[in-house]
Design a protein around this ligand. Structure first.
Ligand code: ADP
Ligand code: MG
Ligand code: MG
Length: 254
């Protein structure tokens, strides 16, 4: 059992006008084997949370702590976070020209496990994971993220998730830009990883539709850079019906 614990996290983003505070005291505890959804209006700081966990240099932690089984995540390099078992999709470079998907996956797997995977089983695992995600085998020879469509990027993300076998995954807007079929295939991949390895998931989303496929145990509503309300799956249903209006009434200025 592993635990990711976020305590009173404050984060500012680097802008031309100087640092701008975005996260204002985030508290969140996620156990492995649990699925948590973070939902919230646009601009509430959801992606900022994801980037902060990934160690993106533009996001400066100004207060609070993030620990993984008691270890200080904020003190870890991006690679150390991955080796500790955190999967943060956005920690990887956007495009890696000249590096094939297949080589990239094997290099990442080797870096995370500390040894190269046995070739025979690895090739079989990659093939089978790609088939599960309905990915053409030619995809393995393409350059990472070069000319990937939105759907291909998401599938590639879930392919990594299934092969690298992290303990925790932070998935930001995994549903964006996917048609219904792709959404179902990608969601099934997340569910498989959750069931097979007890993957803990922090699923960040604006819309409720992905929650029809990936069932969260806990739902957190994110407003103005912090968690404004928490509940079970019923909270997502309520948001589906009512939207975010009741959380925004006090901050409407125009
Ligand atoms: P969400 O993912 O919930 O839509 P974001 O974390 O993307 O929210 O953004 C939260 C706020 O931080 C927004 O007001 C956004 O404009 C601001 N912000 C985020 N990243 C940057 C950046 N790199 N430069 C300037 N402002 C940013
Ligand atoms: Mg479960
Ligand atoms: Mg976002």
């Amino acid at each position: 059992m592993s635990t990711l614990e976020i305590r009173d996290l404050h984060v500012s983003v680097e802008t031309k006008e100087g640092p701008k505070p975005i996260l204002r005291g985030v508290d969140l505890t996620i156990g492995s084997g649990e699925i948590h959804a973070i939902m919230g209006p646009n601009g509430s700081g959801k992606s900022t949370l994801a980037y902060s966990l990934a160690g993106h240099p533009k996001y400066q932690v100004t207060g609070g702590t993030v620990t993984f089984d008691g270890e200080d995540v904020l003190a870890m390099s991006v690679d150390e976070r991955a080796r500790a078992g955190l999967f943060l999709a956005m920690q990887y470079p956007v495009e890696v020209p000249g590096v094939s998907v297949s080589n990239f996956l094997r290099t990442a797997k080797t870096a995370i496990d500390g040894e190269a995977p046995a070739l025979r089983t690895w090739v079989k695992d990659v093939k089978s994971a790609m088939a599960d995600l309905r990915m053409d085998s030619e995809f393995a020879e393409r350059s990472v993220n070069e000319g990937f469509s939105g759907g291909e990027k998401k599938r590639h993300e879930i392919l990594q998730l299934e092969l690298l076998k992290p303990k925790f995954a932070v998935l930001d807007e995994t549903d964006s830009g996917l048609d219904v079929d792709a959404l179902r295939i990608v969601s099934e991949g997340v569910n498989r990883a959750h069931q097979a390895t007890g993957l803990g998931v922090l699923l960040i989303t604006h819309y409720t539709r992905i929650l029809r496929y990936i069932k969260p145990d806990h739902v957190h509503v994110f407003v103005d850079g912090r968690v404004a309300e928490e509940g079970g799956p019923e909270l997502a249903e309520r948001l589906e019906n009512e939207g975010y209006d009741r959380f925004l009434t006090s901050s409407v200025s125009a």
